[in-house]
Design a protein around this ligand. Structure first.
Ligand SMILES: *Cc1c(COP(=O)(O)O)cnc(C)c1O
Length: 402
């Protein structure tokens, strides 16, 4: 089972010496994982409350997804879209029927699927709405997170994501997240779309006011603009529904999925839309060498099967309610607020969240800050009562130690 004999400390040093310092990870070197649990190089066990930012909703190394990966790896892994492969059709069929869209465009990482949606919405703006060329605007929100490409950071309101990476891609207009009246004022005749996370993840687990998403969708209809939902983090069960927009009974014009679509094994993402929209892409307009490859397609089919057959949205709803209840029973002057839906939970603190995450790590819980004072709790959706109790005990002990 144990793949390395080098100590956690030595491995961290090697990584710091030879790897770019573009992350500040927890002091934890994972050697193997199963379900909701991680083991470090020294054999210490941790509950994973990060889930690779919701990419392992199904739990680590899910045996069914693992089997699909191995089986497909024996046959064929990559063809490129220069030819067809026998796995992509089944993946597209499953993804579209599950989500209720006519068509999907498969990519790999989340950022690529966001880029796909931006291109599709702009093209729609020019070819259907009649916006003069190069004048399309897209409304984006304070505290958004949609990825790290140069165009996407141009749509970011977070100084750290942008600083000294300009010049920026034009065409983004900012609105404060959660304020429907401000959103209404941001539309004009050049607006092709809004791009929104129904609950903001990296921005601090920000749940908008009740009715806001529905109103935002209605404003899009009123102003002849597309509603693009980035459900890369909120989607595929995380918030207690298959998609967070289901909670508001809103069907986005473009739905972006990623992360858990690959079950933690392989990067798979997609942009989904109905035929009149998706048909604006013709051969040569967009693509990716790895997008839609048979290995990724086989993994995604199994990842979706696990979400449906193991009722992961309902499990997230139940487990999330237990954790929220447990957290709300914790009386601590360090807690300024608790928010979330399903297993996407944010704890707002009066102190730096990194202090609590260090105290939790000592007690066998891996959790991390999203904003300076917000700790995010997002375990795999398969988390059981034993693990929930383990978490709540560790949390109470950690917070009272500070
Ligand atoms: C993680 C994330 C992305 C980017 O996905 P990558 O796979 O890291 O490129 C985009 N949008 C949201 C909401 C995310 O949480």
């Amino acid at each position: 089972m144990h793949g390395t004999s080098t100590s956690s400390h030595a491995l961290a040093e090697i990584e710091e010496r030879y790897g770019a310092h573009n992350y500040a990870p927890l002091d934890l070197v994972v050697e193997h994982a199963e379900g909701a649990w991680l083991w470090d190089v020294e054999g210490k066990k941790y509950l994973d409350c990060i889930s690779a930012y919701s990419a392992v909703n199904q739990g680590h190394c899910h045996p069914r997804i693992h089997a699909a990966l191995l089986e497909q790896a024996r046959r064929v892994t990559l063809t490129s879209r220069a030819m067809r492969n026998d796995r992509l059709p089944g993946f597209l069929e499953k993804l579209t029927s599950l989500t209720g869209y006519d068509m999907a465009l498969p990519m790999n990482t989340g950022a690529e699927a966001v880029e796909t949606a931006i291109k599709l919405a702009r093209r729609w703006g020019y070819e259907r709405k009649g916006i003069p060329d190069n004048r399309a605007e897209m409304i984006v929100f304070s505290n958004n997170f949609h990825g790290r490409t140069t165009t996407i950071i141009s749509a970011s309101a977070t100084p750290d994501y942008r600083r000294h990476f300009g010049p920026y891609t034009p065409g983004f207009v900012f609105a404060p997240f959660g304020d429907a009246d401000a959103l209404e004022r941001a539309f004009n005749e050049h607006t092709c779309a809004i791009l929104i996370e129904p609950i903001q993840g990296e921005g601090g687990v920000n749940v908008p006011p009740e009715g806001y998403i529905k109103r935002a969708w209605a404003l899009c209809k009123e102003h002849n603009a597309l509603f693009i939902a980035d459900e890369i983090q909120t989607g595929l069960g995380r918030t207690g529904d298959l998609f967070a927009c289901d909670y508001d009974a809103v069907k986005p014009d473009i739905l972006i999925v990623g992360k858990a679509l690959g079950g933690g094994f392989y990067p798979v993402s997609a942009a989904l839309a109905n035929r009149p929209l998706m048909e604006l892409f013709a051969p040569g307009d967009h693509g990716s060498t790895f997008g839609g490859n048979p290995l990724g397609a086989a993994v995604a089919i199994a990842s979706l099967d696990v979400i449906v057959e193991e009722n992961l949205p309902a499990r997230a709803r139940n487990a999330g309610a237990k954790i929220l209840n447990g957290l709300r029973a914790t009386r601590s002057p360090l807690i300024a607020g608790i928010r979330g839906r399903g297993l996407m939970i944010g704890i707002e603190l009066t102190i730096d969240a990194s202090r609590l995450s260090d105290a939790l790590l000592e007690r066998g819980v891996a959790a991390k800050d999203t904003q300076a004072r917000v700790l995010r709790i997002a375990p795999p959706l398969i988390i059981d009562d034993h693990a929930i109790n383990f978490f709540l005990e560790a949390f109470n002990s950690a917070i009272s130690s500070l």
